[in-house]
Design a protein around this ligand. Sequence first.
Ligand SMILES: [Ca+2]
Ligand SMILES: [Ca+2]
Length: 489
Amino acid sequence: MKTHDRSSAPERTHTLNNGFLFAFTTVAATCALPAHTQAAVAPERPANILLIIADDLNDWVGPMGGHPQAKTPALDKLAARGVTFMSAQCPAPLCNPSRSAFMSGLRPSTTGIYLNGHHWVKYIGPGLCINDYVRKHGFKSYAAGKVYHYNKYRAEDWDEVFYVRDDTLPGPAGKNAKRRPGPFGYRMFTEGKPAEPFNEKRAEKTLVDARSVDWCIKKLDTTGENRFFMACGIHRPHTPWDVPKKYFDLHPEDGIRLPETLENDLADLPPPGIEFTKDGNTHKKILAQGLWKDRVRAYLAAISYMDAQVGRLLDALAKSPHASNTIVVFVGDNGWHLGQKEHWGKTTLWAPAAQVPMIWAGPGVAKGAKSDAGVDLMSIYPTLCEMVAIPTPKHVEGVSIKPLLSNPSMKWERPALTTMNKGNHALATADWRYIRYADGSEELYNRKTDPLEWTNLAGKAEMKPVKNALSAWLPKKNAEPVLYEANMR
Ligand SMILES: [Ca+2]
Ligand SMILES: [Ca+2]
């Protein structure tokens, strides 16, 4: 595993298992930080942080009700002891720009990191990301699994990292997988064939997500006197969806319900919106193959598998000495379309791709509550700083939602912001979704009367005040994209 050459080299580096598994112990005080980040820890709030990130998870989880047949008992349990945000949005509907943004506090429109081929490590300096920043305030920071896109960690920003390459993928690390042709290549499913459960002979505990969770569980046992910031990234329900059979069995195909869709839903979209739905005619093909239900079932199975892993980690936390003083944040990095607006996958500004689960629980958080405030994942960094009583660094662009955690029904004016490539933005509140594309074309949906966002109201004269009010929140800066590097994808 290549590490970045810096004058403050790691104290020790272990490279194990063909380089796919590694752990680092780094010198704590390696990064020069701006003076405003040097304040001391407030001793009266000794809370730890556990951040769990699921990959490509839309609102098909129990507490959000995005799909009536989602089975997510662990998230149901977490929601029962915390606050679920019903209108949370990602900063970008794609892994790398979303994760690098909410972990660093810097939006894609500020950094120019819009795509997976934009190597965030080269543009966001040390000391800025939350996992590194909290270390200056007495935290140890630990990562397991997919926290940043692939394994594009800056290892020096953590005390220890556990990363196992997902060996169900093809390529040098994927000896168990073969390439599956289709519009999404190996990453989705074999075109024209029903989804298949993972090789039954292989024990679940050997799969990547189970191993990441096991590592975190062990770490919970061994964390010493320091407060900890632990991030656990679960790869599922990102494709491939071939999770173990028992999760498919939870979702019999016969009764599977398809997402609600509208014929000619695309008719009222401006050209850039239509462009976002183009993904190689996947929807037409899936319809022709009669596999829509099959795909919905496989996604639900992958969500249940993810939930089971999250449940193991949360159960272990509940039994640990850190049970009562750990703030838990569960999020998805971006959503996923399964036929809504004739689209499959992410990379759109509509709810299926932009809306994500965000559940908070722990000291200072209301129990069993829901908030429909328009918030986005940029709130994670400043809220965590406030919750653990350390100063929020000045570069952080999001705002703290701490008031909502104790008073989830309070009125919240500010909209959530999602950005897709340069100059395309969606602003979402509990009531509205307003999309402004780079060419100035628009969409507006009334989320209260039209929750599936079918009827574009942007052209109606009486909607002008709504559009104007939301437009005020568009970012002033739209950074040029940074250099695209194909090998980052
Ligand atoms: Ca993702
Ligand atoms: Ca429509």
